[in-house]
Ligand binder design. Structure first.
Ligand code: ACM
Length: 574
């Protein structure tokens, strides 16, 4: 790429989100035109990106974007038989990889070609996402809405790479099931924002969503509940319709493959030893049978934390090893999330069997019993070449002091303390502090926000989220793999509600984890808002996203009379 280029463009043009590292106008170049004759030259390793461009941009534009004929080089001076000179050239360049990493890319648009050099196939794919943004909001539709046959791209040169390698979103498909098509759609929405990890929260007290062949009752019994609390815990309202659904193994294979084609990794979460009432309802022997009659339990129909947790028995360990063995076959992700959060200990304290386990293992208390559970699966996963990741409670019960294998990682959700402790102890960390990036939390004060939960977390608050906690050394900060926005769905009963809570804040989050804009001074929220207004809301409209408009919810986005659980006062950032 010719560099340095004059005519630097302000980041507000052409309204890329997330903002790239550098972007310049190409001097005296005409607009590049994409038309019927445009071909894609996919060099080795970029065939998947060419396929994606043809399938998405091809559908939006109704242009064939045919493969280039290698025997017919294009461009000025190419001679007789050359192509028309309009082509998209995709390549992987080891030098770009060395400089910008495998997800980095250079993209140069001139009058004849769009040239992409990625550090790896992922970088080429993120460049293709940038190209779609450069084509304008209509490129985000699934079919053309006008008869135009030529699409223009502004002549720019972009150099880009992500700040973090874990740019995640958690979808809680346990509290409210999201049908498979909705998950595929979210994979596309993540990819459109250069987000690359989809953490699927597959099991909880309120539902078990993954088919396990060895234990069919997990889905026969565990995948549905008879009725559902409408609103949060104190709400007197009920939806008396049964709610349920689960993903078959083929559904999950499809989701994983679809995500892989978009350079998104799907991380499965099977929550133990708390948040397990749906599993116990299906297999009562998993619960603390010497404390309560677990045969009377059903899948939980309300919110909050269930007291009904797994029993610390050999039966339970073997059961979950068998479950995880099937999960590992479906998900190639190096990381497997085992939950580990919010495990009430009352049943263990009352259980002779749990006390006997404690004594046999020499454990000081019930926190250490939880640590014993986590350690078992940490070793089990490590023995199979995978890495455990769990909520920051996994640092309790003696595990911080060398109890976890070096590859184990922590999702820091109760503020940043867990992330700081884990990073200092040499573990990798994903930052998802609830005070900042829990997208179930309300987006504005006032009575119009549907089912208001938690703190007020505006678009600007999320935009200003800084993933690396204060006080870490450079080496410790290097342990921060990235960050994750978590979408818990207790009060999101369908896709429209999920969209409303997720967007536009996920666009701001994408910028916080992708764009290399260290805090606080260079985070230009006004510029971000301008880019949102200039193009990104229109892209979300074209994608059919039911986002929260800047002025507040549309009438049908409100939920008058449904109680949430707002937390008043200034939100602490811890
Ligand atoms: C969590 O929000 N309990 C991880």
């Amino acid at each position: 790429m010719a560099d340095p280029l004059p005519h630097p463009l302000p980041l507000s043009h052409p309204a890329l989100i997330p903002a790239p590292r550098r972007m310049r106008g190409v001097p005296s170049a005409a607009l590049y035109v994409l038309d019927e004759d445009t071909v894609i030259e996919a060099r080795p390793g970029t065939e998947g990106v060419a396929h994606w461009l043809r399938a998405t941009v091809g559908a939006a534009t109704s242009l064939p974007l045919a493969p280039a004929d290698p025997a017919r080089p294009a461009g000025p001076g190419a001679g007789p038989g050359a192509g028309p000179g309009s082509r998209i050239v995709l390549g992987i360049d080891a030098a770009v990889g060395r400089e910008l990493g495998p997800e980095g890319y250079r993209l140069v648009v001139d009058a004849h070609a769009v040239r992409v050099d990625g550090g790896g196939a992922a970088g080429v794919f993120w460049a293709a996402q940038t190209l779609r943004q450069l084509l304008g909001p209509e490129a985000f539709r699934r079919a053309p809405v006008t008869s135009r046959r030529a699409w223009t791209v502004p002549p720019v040169a972009v150099e880009d790479a992500p700040r973090f390698r874990w740019r995640g979103v958690l979808l809680d498909v346990a509290r409210h099931f999201m049908p498979k098509d909705g998950v595929l759609r979210y994979v596309d929405l993540l990819a459109a924002h250069k987000l690359n990890v989809l953490h699927l929260h597959l099991t909880d007290d309120q539902g078990w969503r993954v088919e396990i062949e060895r234990y069919p009752r997990l889905t026969e019994t565990g995948a549905w509940r008879a009725r559902t609390r409408t609103g949060h815990g104190a709400s007197p309202l009920w939806d008396e319709r049964p709610h349920g659904g689960y993903y078959t193994k083929d559904d999950l294979r499809e989701i994983v493959a679809y995500a892989a084609g978009r350079h998104v990794t799907v991380v499965p979460e099977i929550d133990i030893p708390g948040h397990s009432q749906a599993a116990i309802a299906a297999y009562p022997e998993l619960g603390n049978t010497d404390v309560i009659d677990t045969t009377t339990l059903s899948v939980r129909d309300t919110w909050g934390i269930s007291e009904n947790v797994l029993a610390p028995t050999d039966t339970t360990l073997a059961f979950y090893e068998n479950v995880l063995a099937e999960v590992l076959e479906l998900f190639p992700s190096p990381f497997v999330h085992i939950g580990g959060d919010e495990c009430p200990k009352d049943q263990w304290r009352a259980s002779p069997a749990a006390r006997a386990r404690r004594a046999a293992e020499g454990l000081a208390d019930e926190d250490e019993l939880q640590g014993w559970f986590v350690r078992h699966f940490d070793r089990w996963l490590a023995g199979r070449g995978r890495r455990l990741i769990g909520w920051d409670e996994i640092l309790e019960g003696g595990l911080l002091e060398g109890g976890l294998s070096p590859g184990a990682a922590v999702s820091s959700w109760r503020g940043s303390a867990g992330g700081v402790a884990a990073a200092r102890a040499g573990h990798d960390v994903v930052m998802c502090p609830q005070e900042q990036v829990y997208l179930d939390h309300r987006q504005a004060p006032g009575g119009d926000e549907p089912v208001p939960i938690g703190y007020v977390r505006t678009l600007e608050d999320v935009y200003r989220f800084e993933p690396v906690p204060a006080g870490l050394t450079d080496a410790e900060a290097g342990r921060v793999l990235g960050a994750q926005a978590n979408i818990w769905t207790e009060v999101m009963e369908n896709q429209q509600r999920v969209d409303y809570q997720a967007f536009p804040r996920l666009a701001a989050f994408a910028e916080a984890v992708w764009s290399d804009l260290p805090p606080p001074a260079v985070r230009d929220y006004a510029g971000f808002e301008r880019r949102m207004a200039a193009a990104h809301y229109a892209r979300l409209d074209a994608l059919g996203v039911d986002y929260r408009p800047p002025g507040g919810p549309r009438p049908w986005q409100r939920r008058p009379g449904v109680l949430g659980r707002p937390i008043e006062g200034a939100p602490p950032i811890v």
